[in-house]
Design a protein around this ligand. Structure first.
Ligand code: BGP
Length: 462
C-alpha cells in the first residue's frame, strides 16, 4: 500500500464497543438488570425483530478469542465499558467478584496482546435499581455513580491508564427525557435539564475521585459532536437557530467538561423559560475545578438547522421551540440509519476544538456506518465485501488528516465497531463491524474492511 495520508506516530487505531452491547450474559454471574433489560421485558416490540439485550454478541464467554481478532484486524487500542450493573449489581455496596474477575481478565488479555485498553464507565446503562431511585434526576444516584467510578479506579487503575466517565451523555437526555428513544421515555424539558446537569456533576465528581487517588493515567469523556450548520449563512434567523441547537446539543457538555462551565447564553435561555435545573452550593465550583484531560469525539452526522417555521405544538419546554431541522437537498444519506454522511464535519470539529477548546487532546472515539442486509455482500469465500465501509472510513480519514496537519491534537481513530453488535432499540438491524457476526452460530468472520483496516494500522496511514 502506498501511503499518501500518514498519521502521527503512536496514533491509536482501533474500535469501540460497550459492555451492554457486546458482553451478553445479561442475567448470569450476579449481574442485575439495567434499564435496557427492564424496558425489553416491558415492551419487547420496541426492539427491532424483538431482539433484546440479554445475549449480545457473547464477548463475556468469548473474550479471549475475540481479543485475538482485535490483533488480526490491526488494533493497537480498544474501548469498551464496565457495566455498573455487573460490577455493583445493587448500584451501591457489594462488589461482584465474578465481574471483577471478568474485567481483570479482559484488561490483562488486551495488555498481553499490546492493545491499549480504554475503559468507559457509563454507556447508557443505568442500573434499574438506580433508575427506581430517580436515575440522573437524583443526587443520590450521582453519588452512587461517583462511588462506582472510584471502585473501578481502585480495582483496575494499576493497568488501565485511559478512562472515560461517560459515553455521549447528551443521548440519555435526548432519548430518555425528550424524544422517547430510551427508557424512561419521559418528555419534559425541565426534567431533561436536571438530568443533564446531574450528569455533568457526576462527571466532575468522578474526575475529582480520580485525581485524589493520584493514579498516573488520564481521564476524559466521550461526546457525540454534531456540528450545527444553518440552512443559509446569509439568513440571520437560520444562523441564530443553528447557534441555539449547538448550545443545547454540543456546547452543553463540551463547554462544561472542557472549560468547566455551562455557556452563559444557555443558562439565560433556561432561566427565561423557567427550566433551570436545581443545584446546590458548591456544584458550580466542582464542575469548574474538575474538567477532563482529554476527549473522545464520536462523529456520525451533522445537524442541519433552519429557523422555526413549523408551529410549536408541545405543551412542555423542548429545544425544538427554537429551531426546525432542515433536510438539505442533495445531502448524502446512509439510508439504513437515516443519518446524513458529511465527511467534512470531522474537520470542522478539529478546527472547533483547536480554536475554542484550548486544542485539548482528543481522539475520534466513534465513527462508522451501519448497514442493513450485509449478507448480500458475502462473496464465495464467506467474506462480506464491504467496500462502502472502506470508502466511508477513507473519506473521513482524509478530512481528519487535514485537521491534524492544521494543528488539531488528535491522537487516534476508532471505528464503531469491532464485531457486529447489538444496538439500543435497533438490535442487530444495522451492522457496523469490521467482523461479521452470524447470529445463529455466533461465528465471527473478518470482513474485507477488517483486513483493510489492519493494513492501514500497520502502515499508520493509507
Ligand atoms: C453511538 C453509541 C453506540 C452505537 C452507535 C451506533 O451513538 O455510542 O453505542 O450504538 O452510536 O448507533 P446505533 O446503534 O443507534 O445505530
Amino acid at each position: 500500500m502506498t501511503v499518501e495520508y500518514k498519521f502521527p506516530e503512536g496514533f491509536w487505531w482501533g474500535t469501540a464497543t460497550s459492555g451492554p452491547q457486546s458482553e451478553g450474559a445479561a442475567d448470569i454471574d450476579g449481574r442485575k438488570m439495567s434499564i435496557w433489560d427492564y424496558w425489553y421485558k416491558e415492551e419487547p416490540e420496541r426492539f427491532f425483530d424483538n431482539v433484546g439485550p440479554q445475549d449480545t454478541s457473547t464477548f463475556y464467554a468469548n473474550y479471549k478469542e475475540d481479543i485475538k481478532l482485535l490483533k488480526e484486524t490491526g488494533h493497537n487500542s480498544f474501548r469498551t465499558s464496565i457495566q455498573w450493573s455487573r460490577l455493583i449489581p445493587d448500584g451501591v455496596g457489594e462488589v461482584n467478584q465474578k465481574a471483577v474477575d471478568f474485567y481483570n481478565n479482559v484488561i490483562d488479555e488486551l495488555i498481553v496482546n499490546d492493545v491499549l485498553p480504554i475503559m468507559n464507565l457509563f454507556h447508557f446503562d443505568m442500573p434499574m435499581c438506580m433508575q427506581e431511585k430517580g436515575g440522573w434526576e437524583s443526587r443520590e444516584v450521582v453519588d452512587a455513580y461517583a462511588a462506582f467510578a472510584k471502585k473501578c479506579f481502585e480495582l483496575f487503575g494499576d493497568r488501565v491508564k485511559h478512562w472515560m466517565t461517560f459515553n455521549e451523555p447528551i443521548v440519555p437526555v435526548e432519548g430518555g427525557y425528550l424524544y422517547n428513544f430510551h427508557y424512561p421515555k419521559v418528555k419534559d424539558g425541565k426534567r431533561a435539564a436536571q438530568v443533564a446537569f446531574h450528569t455533568m456533576l457526576a462527571n466532575a465528581k468522578s474526575i475529582k475521585e480520580y485525581k485524589e487517588l493520584g493514579q498516573d493515567g488520564q481521564i476524559g469523556i466521550v461526546l457525540n459532536l454534531t456540528p450545527s450548520y444553518p440552512r443559509s449563512t446569509e439568513n440571520e434567523a437560520d444562523v441564530k437557530a443553528a447557534h441555539i441547537a449547538d448550545l443545547f446539543f454540543n456546547r452543553s457538555f463540551l463547554d462544561s467538561s472542557v472549560l468547566g462551565e455551562v455557556p452563559a447564553e444557555l443558562v439565560e435561555l433556561l432561566k427565561e423559560h423557567d427550566v433551570l435545573p436545581v443545584y446546590e452550593e458548591g456544584d458550580v465550583e466542582l464542575i469548574k475545578n474538575n474538567t477532563v484531560q482529554y476527549l473522545g469525539v464520536n462523529y456520525y452526522q451533522p445537524r442541519r438547522i433552519k429557523q422555526k417555521e413549523s408551529e410549536y405544538t408541545e405543551d412542555v419546554f423542548m429545544p425544538d421551540m427554537f429551531f426546525d431541522n432542515y433536510e438539505m437537498p442533495g445531502r448524502k444519506m446512509n439510508p439504513y440509519r437515516g443519518w446524513e454522511i458529511y465527511e467534512k464535519g470531522i474537520y470542522d470539529i478539529c478546527t472547533n476544538i483547536r480554536e475554542n477548546y484550548n486544542n485539548i487532546p482528543f481522539y475520534i472515539s466513534e465513527n462508522g456506518m451501519g448497514v442493513e442486509g450485509e449478507e448480500k455482500y458475502i462473496n464465495e469465500n464467506g467474506v462480506v465485501e464491504d467496500d462502502y465501509r472502506i470508502e466511508f472510513i477513507k473519506d473521513h480519514l482524509r478530512w481528519l488528516h487535514k485537521g491534524i496537519e492544521e494543528g488539531a491534537n488528535c491522537t487516534g481513530y476508532h471505528l464503531w465497531t469491532f464485531i457486529d453488535c447489538w444496538s439500543w432499540t435497533n438490535a442487530y438491524k444495522n451492522r457496523y463491524g469490521l467482523i461479521a457476526l452470524d447470529l445463529e452460530t455466533q461465528k465471527r468472520t473478518i470482513k474485507k474492511s477488517g483486513r483493510w483496516f489492519k493494513e492501514v494500522a500497520d502502515n499508520n496511514g493509507f
